[in-house]
Design a protein around this ligand. Structure first.
Ligand code: PDD
Length: 289
């Protein structure tokens, strides 16, 4: 992360380190807010319309009234001032600052709106993109509306911390029936007998933007894809396993809970999708020029 990212805090551009929020902010007290993370490639926001549609949906699901069009203007302006070429855009809107009551505050509370632009000093996931990463499995302890991109991420943070302590890149979240829902901050895909498998969209998972793109890329590569879950005990039967996400892009997983996936090397379908992803990024950039 660059030393002090540029932020837009409630419409004012400032260094992120100077942005301040009241302790009565409902995001701070209750986790009452939603967020988005977009990737910046060559100074351009990637899949902007898709991320902002999901953001509108998240806001709508928790009844926060916010002018996303205005945020888009701020986002583009802050990005252009930042000069960041490779990095992330973080957007968060909370229900605002109000006396603490569990019910939503009545009348006139303005949402608190944060955008900041984080430049990469190095490629996230570095060598794992090539060699593949490892994961652990943990029980999915999250709430029942994981399709809303809420800032309530305690269960995700605990899972990610467990993975880090085990020297792994990700924790796969397993439901009470053994189904692999998703990662702590990624979507999960398996490959079996030449077909790609991934959990169908439901309140149990985030509708990943990269997941959506990879679904389309698989189609254009002629690789069959079934929205069908697999269980933790079926991982041994998979030929390949990979993660997708805004920062993870397409990331091979080669070991889970210490056991190799197939031969323990990234597989050909994952490699093909990694290439298709890179080609798609290059193609989208050529269209913005
Ligand atoms: N995380 N599942 C979860 C629980 C996530 O938090 C994310 C993204 C994904 C992948 O979604 P997308 O392809 O839209 O990035 C799946 C972001 C990057 C984060 O919290 O930083």
């Amino acid at each position: 992360m660059s030393d002090d990212p540029l932020a837009n805090w409630n419409g004012v551009v400032m260094p992120l380190s100077e942005a301040r929020v009241s302790v009565l902010d409902r995001g701070f007290l209750f986790g009452d807010g939603v967020y988005e993370v977009l990737r910046i490639y060559s100074g351009q926001p990637f899949l902007e319309a898709e991320h902002l549609d999901r953001f509108r949906r998240s806001l709508d699901k928790i009844s926060i009234d916010c002018d996303v069009q205005r945020l888009i203007g701020r986002m583009r302006e802050t990005l252009s001032h930042s000069g960041v070429q490779e990095g992330l855009i973080y957007i968060q809107v909370t229900r605002g600052t109000a006396p603490r009551t569990h019910r939503f505050p009545t009348g006139g509370t303005a949402p608190n709106e944060l955008i900041y632009i984080e430049g990469f000093t190095e490629e996230p996931y570095g060598m794992f993109r090539d060699s593949g990463g490892t994961a652990i499995t943990v029980p999915d302890m999250r709430w029942k509306r994981c399709d809303i991109k809420s800032v309530n991420l305690l269960a995700n943070c605990m899972a990610a911390q467990q993975a880090a302590e085990a020297g792994c890149v990700e924790a796969l979240l397993i439901d009470e029936n053994g189904i692999v829902n998703e990662g702590s901050h990624t979507s999960v895909f398996g490959v079996r007998d030449g077909a790609i498998l991934t959990s169908p969209l439901s309140p149990a998972i985030l509708p990943g933007i990269t997941r959506g793109l990879v679904t389309k890329l698989a189609d254009s590569c002629g690789i069959p894809l079934r929205e069908q879950s697999f269980t933790v005990s079926e991982i041994v039967e998979l030929d390949e396993l990979f993660l997708t996400g805004t920062t993870a892009e397409v990331l091979p997983l080669v070991r889970v809970d210490g056991t190799s996936v197939n031969d323990g090397l990234p597989g050909p379908v994952t490699r093909q999708l990694q290439q298709a992803y890179q080609d798609f990024v290059a193609e989208s950039l050529s269209q913005t020029r």
